[in-house]
Design a binder for this molecule. Structure first.
Ligand SMILES: [Zn+2]
Length: 280
């Protein structure tokens, strides 16, 4: 880490520990080294100590039942790739792949090849605890994004009372606003041999790149309507390349990482310009 980065981190850590005088001195030092001039996403957000030298953990919001939503930042900005998992709480293989990715990035920092990456391993912690697709309000969070195709269901709360009504949805929206990623992968799982690299927006080449590693089909249609999905909002409405990675529902943790770890690392370490070349 560069000297100024270390000073910034020392200032943040000291602030967390609550020693005002020492924190002020550390902040003055970090300012003199120039770190204040560099844009760092999530300024002012609550931060926890990372478990690796190149990791920051930000609390980007909380669930309906007040569980913290932890975003792990590896490396320095820009965080070109944003990966989130388990927005559907009953998709266990997605939960395990999100956790495995965080563990891997902590253990093998060189595998991201210097690229900054942001990972939200559990986007729906209440649903994971209850083993339900929906959050604690009974809302399917992947139908709650403020997409142009969001619809309120008659006599049902499943899409939420309004777009982005749920705190977990708003946390992901906030992460997008802070990170401004060049590409996003949301990790899900699906029954019946329909695993795929489903893409929205200009992400066809990215999906092809992933398919070279995980051998899943590449498709722009999942086969049923998904109003208010993340892909509709970020991919189709805003043109941010977005992949919905659908794992086999019953794949075990080791097989899941073996098939998909290299695909995720390939996306993290590629630069936008190289995508087309790599996918050819
Ligand atoms: Zn899902």
């Amino acid at each position: 880490m560069p000297r100024s980065g270390r000073a910034c981190r020392a200032a943040r850590t000291t602030l967390l520990r609550g020693s005002a005088t020492v924190a002020l001195a550390a902040l003055l030092l970090s300012h003199s080294l120039g770190c204040a001039a560099r844009h760092r996403p999530f300024a002012g957000f609550v931060e926890e100590p990372g478990q690796a030298p190149d990791e920051r953990i930000l609390i980007i919001g909380e669930s309906v039942e007040k569980r913290p939503l932890r975003l792990h930042l590896f490396g320095e900005p820009p965080y070109r790739t944003f990966i989130f998992a388990a927005i559907h709480g009953d998709e266990r293989s997605a939960v395990s792949l999100g956790g495995a990715l965080v563990d891997h990035l902590r253990t093998y920092p060189r595998d991201r090849q210097g690229a900054g990456v942001a990972v939200l391993p559990v986007a729906n912690p209440d649903g994971v605890l209850r083993n339900t697709r929906q959050n604690a309000n009974g809302v399917d969070l992947n139908r709650n994004f403020p997409a142009s195709n969001w619809t309120r269901l008659p006599r049902s709360n499943r899409h939420g009372p309004e777009a982005a009504s749920e705190p977990e949805t708003r946390a992901v929206v906030r992460a997008m606003r802070e990170l401004r990623p060049e590409r996003v992968i949301s990790i899900h799982s699906i029954h019946g041999g329909r695993e795929c690299n489903n893409f929205d927006g200009p992400a066809g080449q990215l999906a092809q790149l992933m398919a070279r590693f995980n051998r899943y089909a590449v498709t722009s249609h999942i086969g049923y309507p998904t109003p208010g999905s993340f892909g509709s909002w970020a991919g189709r409405d805003q043109g941010v390349p977005s992949i919905t990675l659908e794992l086999p529902r019953d794949i075990g943790p080791e097989a899941s990482w073996r098939s998909n770890g290299p695909a995720l690392l390939a996306v993290i370490s590629t630069t936008s310009g190289a995508e087309a070349r790599l996918a050819e």
